[in-house]
Structure formats: structure tokens, C-alpha cells
Write a protein that binds this ligand. Structure first.
Ligand code: G3P
Length: 218
């Protein structure tokens, strides 16, 4: 399973990248706004900087248009920023049409705001490179996000779809583990969930004892 970081914060992207386990970055309009980036030029420069930090990783940049012509025009501009840009398109009717257009024209896409298996089938049919089920938001609404990942993985395997399942809206290290178990191809996570995987109290206790004992022979 690939690890993406779900943020537009450059310091966090650098920290995850320095760890050596980062395969890409996902952003969305809310995450960009959180960084205080304003204006199209600034937004595009920010994407470029992210691409220059995470070399060889896919970087999702989301369109903010909701009509077919607007999505295609915006997606073309985003894709031109850097070869590693993946155009993120919402799961709406014009979005599906645009996914097909991008796929026919060699532009890779990430279909976002996926909350059902039906939406994931449609995105795969339209040729999306990635499909992003929001598992945390599904859990928040009393449904089971990981179960959706399992269902999509089963369907894609039966049907032979190439679209990769990118589990998004991750809330915890346990979500990452469960997504790996459920067959996600990618997990996009906040930095703290990635770092949370490191933690175990017995590791800390064990290391403290090793360090203590090391003093006896050093
Ligand atoms: O990138 C989209 C997704 O990961 C959003 O997560 O935490 O806003 O539900 P969240």
C-alpha cells in the first residue's frame, strides 16, 4: 500500500518525505485554504513546490469548477504544472464526463468525494486513475468506512478495473492498518496518523532498558 500525505502544509510534507516512506500528496480546496494561499498563481506555485519536494510522487490537485468545460479547462492547466500532477475531480455528473475526457487525453485523475460502491464503479468505468472513498466521514455519519474499502476492492478485483483505491479522510493509525487489510492501494493520511504508526509503549520501555544496559558496557 502506498502512503500519501493529506495536507497542503509544506513543513508536514517535508517531514513525511524525510521519513522516506512517502509516495505522494493529496490536497483539496479546504486544505489549500487552511494554508492561507490566495489567488490562482499562488495556488499553482504551491502545487509546483509540492511536486519539487516529493519527487516521483503523485500530487493530487483539485479542480474548483463543477461544469464539464470548466473542469476540463482547469484540469488541463493543473496537469501542465508538473508531470506528477493528478487532477482531482468531484464525483458529480459533469465530473464523470470530465474523468472520461481526461482519461482519453492521457491526463491522470483522482475521483474525490466517493461515499458508495456505485460511485466507485462509475469512476472506474470513466477511467479514473484513483478513486477516493472518504472513510472518516463515512464513520462520522454512523456507517462503516473500512467496509466500503473492502467492497470496492472486491468489485474492482472481480471486474478487473485498474483504478487504484485511495483511502481518504483518515482519522487514526488504526484506519491505516484497517485500510491495508481491506485492500486499499493507497492511504492518504494526516502526518500525525502516519507518525502514530510508530508508537507502542513496549517499544519505549524496551528502548529505555536497552539504553540503560548499554551504559554498562560503553
Ligand atoms: O483529501 C480529502 C479527505 O482526505 C478529507 O478528509 O478529514 O476532511 O474528512 P477530512
Amino acid at each position: 500500500m502506498k502512503f500519501f500525505i493529506d495536507t497542503a502544509n509544506l513543513a508536514q510534507i517535508k517531514e513525511a518525505n524525510d521519513l522516506g516512506v512517502l509516495d505522494g500528496v493529496t490536497t483539496n480546496p479546504s486544505l489549500m485554504a487552511k494554508e492561507g494561499i490566495k489567488g490562482q498563481e499562488a495556488v499553482y506555485n504551491h502545487y509546483k513546490t509540492i511536486c519539487e519536494i516529493v519527487l516521483n510522487g503523485d500530487i493530487s490537485a483539485e479542480v474548483v469548477s463543477t461544469d464539464f468545460d470548466g473542469i476540463v479547462a482547469e484540469g488541463k492547466k493543473l496537469a501542465a504544472i508538473h508531470p506528477n500532477i493528478v487532477v482531482k475531480v468531484p464525483m458529480i455528473k459533469d465530473g464523470v464526463k470530465a474523468l472520461k475526457w481526461f482519461s482519453d487525453n492521457g491526463i491522470r485523475t483522482n475521483c474525490t468525494l466517493i461515499f458508495s460502491a456505485g460511485q466507485a464503479i462509475l469512476a472506474a468505468k470513466a477511467g479514473a486513475k484513483y478513486v477516493s472513498p472518504f472513510i472518516g466521514r463515512i464513520d462520522d455519519s454512523g456507517w462503516d468506512g473500512v467496509a466500503l474499502i473492502e467492497q470496492i476492492a472486491r468489485i474492482y478485483s472481480i471486474q478487473g478495473y485498474d483504478t487504484e483505491i485511495l483511502a481518504a479522510s483518515i482519522r487514526s493509525p488504526l484506519h491505516i492498518i484497517k485500510c491495508a487489510e481491506a485492500g486499499a492501494d493507497v492511504c492518504t493520511c494526516p502526518l500525525e496518523s502516519i507518525l502514530g504508526l510508530l508508537k507502542h509503549p513496549l517499544t519505549d520501555i524496551g528502548l529505555a532498558k536497552f539504553m540503560e544496559d548499554a551504559k554498562k558496557f560503553s
